[in-house]
Design a protein around this ligand. Structure first.
Ligand code: 13P
Length: 239
């Protein structure tokens, strides 16, 4: 894609996020890595419904603004985005939003780690909550970094959600999958509790993943974060 197409795609994703009710006021931010190693990022303090191509800023890894309209500054969470690219050379785009059901889990302190729905088991596996961090500070990138090696989607404690992908559509789809699974999980709990898929079947699904041509990124395998259980392996332990 050329630069104009990338800018249009970022705007399209921003508008979708607002229409879906994943963001209010200036919530959320989006970035894409460009071929020259710089990044296009949404401006700080602006509704995602109002983002237009010329309002996006181009920044380098050291947070210098290379291109941007006067009066527009990069997202205050750009440090979190840059850390994703630094930790994961395979990542080409990062999406941060506050989808309400997934963010409800982040606020309640509950990871989404039930292996109960086939599509989520294959695409994402468990979705952990990363430790609390003050927005816009290095606390947030430091909190997420230990999880990025195994996860493409994480919940941010008391804050929202973050997804990464090889391209923007992939990162966006992962946020959609997260929010849909959070809704399904909540509904299942209202109905008396989710029934987890038996472990041998989970292993088959994870094997299947290797043959899904559209599945890229990282996967934690079978891993539990909510209070013990087989496979528990929390990267926070020992930090
Ligand atoms: P920005 O407006 O600086 O991108 O911040 C929005 C946000 O969601 C902070 O977490």
């Amino acid at each position: 894609m050329n630069m104009a197409e990338v800018r249009d795609q970022i705007c399209d994703v921003c508008h979708k996020m607002w229409q879906l009710g994943w963001v209010a006021a200036n919530d959320g931010n989006v970035s894409v890595k460009l071929d020259d190693g710089s990044f296009l990022v949404t401006p700080t303090g602006m509704s995602k419904s109002f983002i237009t191509p010329e309002k996006l800023l181009r920044v380098d890894e050291d947070l210098n603004v290379l291109d941007g309209l006067p009066g527009c500054r990069p997202s205050s969470e750009v440090k979190m985005h840059i850390r994703c690219y630094q930790e994961r050379p395979d990542v080409g785009a990062v999406v941060h939003a506050h989808p309400p059901t997934a963010t409800g889990y982040a606020v309640a302190g509950k990871s989404l780690d039930e292996y109960s729905m086939i599509e989520t088991v294959i695409c994402l596996g468990s979705i952990p909550i990363t430790p609390y961090g003050t927005p816009s500070t290095y606390e947030v990138p430091d909190a997420i970094a230990p999880y990025l090696g195994q996860h493409d989607v994480v919940l941010l404690q008391n804050h929202g959600a973050l997804s990464v992908g090889c391209d923007l559509i992939t990162a966006y789809y992962r946020m959609e999958t997260l929010e849909l699974f959070a809704k399904i999980s909540l509904t299942a709990h209202l109905l008396g509790g989710a029934q987890e898929i038996p472990r041998p079947q989970i292993d088959k699904l994870l094997h299947l993943r290797e043959n899904y041509y559209h599945v890229t990124g990282r996967h934690p395998g079978y891993k539990k974060y909510n209070g013990g259980g087989e496979g528990r392996d929390d990267p926070r332990a020992g930090l």
